[in-house]
Design a protein around this ligand. Structure first.
Ligand SMILES: C[C@](O)(C(=O)O)[C@H](CC(=O)O)C(=O)O
Ligand SMILES: [Mg+2]
Length: 309
């Protein structure tokens, strides 16, 4: 009930402990607070909070339209639903180094375990699209240094993302990753790697944990966890996978209703009422009130074990 039993400080310690080269811990992207519960129940290592999902959910393309306030608020709503550490996408940091400093403190306040900040120009775009523009190395370094300086909890993870591979090639990406580590980055997110060998080259070049972005329909193939672990990757994200799956299912059921005049055929694919109540821990709230107020609500007396409900 009420969910997260762990303090943000503990979650940050947990994240630090699990980020070991070769561990390839898996962080699926939550597309809303409730899906973070599902990710935890399925025993994943952590929760990723995607900027693309956040923007798309609001109906925007992922081009830097969302504000720090929106991102921190949604991040906080998701983080409170889980004991898992949450890594959030902070895009370009929402401005100049001073704004980046504020970003870090707001994300700390929201209970997140860490974030990544990228070296794209604004307006930014998805890292797997063509036509990206990068800031120069000095600007990228200043963003990361400001982020590292601003945090109050030293375990809040500052991950530097570089998008430069797609524009200037692997070697430049590796050189930039090293400079970002020198500037204070605790981890590296090399965007749009073309092969497992490229991930391996980055992992060998830097002595901090490396993230692999397994987003669908992008520039990287969907490598397995085992392959990425063997390359030395510490963390794997599946940023938009759940949103794409949920929206795909929504589209199919809408088509079915339109054609059949009823959703009946789609019901077996749905989360049951009982399962939904399970995920929000309905029964525990019921018990809580019953204990304190001896408050009975017969209509809510449901059997959450009955899968037919
Ligand atoms: C990881 C990412 O930054 C995100 O916002 O989730 C995106 C994912 C995507 O658009 O598929 C990215 O730029 O890779
Ligand atoms: Mg993003």
């Amino acid at each position: 009930m009420l969910f997260s039993k762990k303090t943000p400080e503990q979650k940050r310690r947990d994240l630090r402990a699990m980020l070991v080269p070769g561990a390839a811990v898996q962080f699926p992207g939550a597309f809303n607070p409730l899906s973070a519960r599902l990710i935890e129940e399925k025993k994943f290592d952590g929760v990723y909070i995607s900027g693309a999902v956040l923007a798309n959910e609001l109906g925007f393309p992922d081009i830097g339209m969302t504000t720090l306030t929106e991102v921190a608020a949604r991040g906080g709503q998701i983080a409170r639903m889980t004991d898992l550490p949450c890594l959030i996408d902070a895009d370009t940091g929402f401005g100049e180094p001073m704004n980046v400093a504020r970003t870090i403190q707001e994300l700390e306040n929201a209970g997140l375990a860490g974030c990544h900040i990228e070296d794209q120009f604004n307006p930014k775009r998805c890292g797997h699209l063509d036509g990206k523009n990068m800031v120069d190395l000095d600007t990228a370094v200043k963003r990361i240094a400001a982020a590292a300086d601003a945090r109050r909890d030293l375990n809040f993870l500052i991950m530097a993302r570089t998008d430069i591979r797609a524009v200037e090639g692997l070697q430049v990406a590796i050189d930039r990753a090293k400079a970002l580590v020198d500037a204070g980055a605790d981890a590296i997110f090399p965007e749009a790697m073309k092969s497992v060998a490229e991930f391996e080259a980055v992992c060998k070049a830097v002595d901090v944990p490396v993230l692999a972005n397994m987003t669908e329909f992008g520039k990287s193939e969907l490598f397995t966890r085992d392959a990425l672990a063997a390359a030395g990757v510490a963390m794997v994200i599946y940023p938009v996978t759940l949103l794409r799956s949920a929206m795909g299912a929504a589209e199919r059921v809408l088509d079915a209703i339109a054609v059949d005049g009823t959703q009946e055929a789609a019901v077996p694919q749905m989360l049951t009422r009982a399962r939904l109540y399970d995920l929000v821990d309905y029964e525990a709230y019921n018990q809580f009130d019953t204990g304190i107020f001896n408050f009975q609500v017969p209509s809510l007396d449901i059997d959450t074990n009955n899968a037919n409900l």
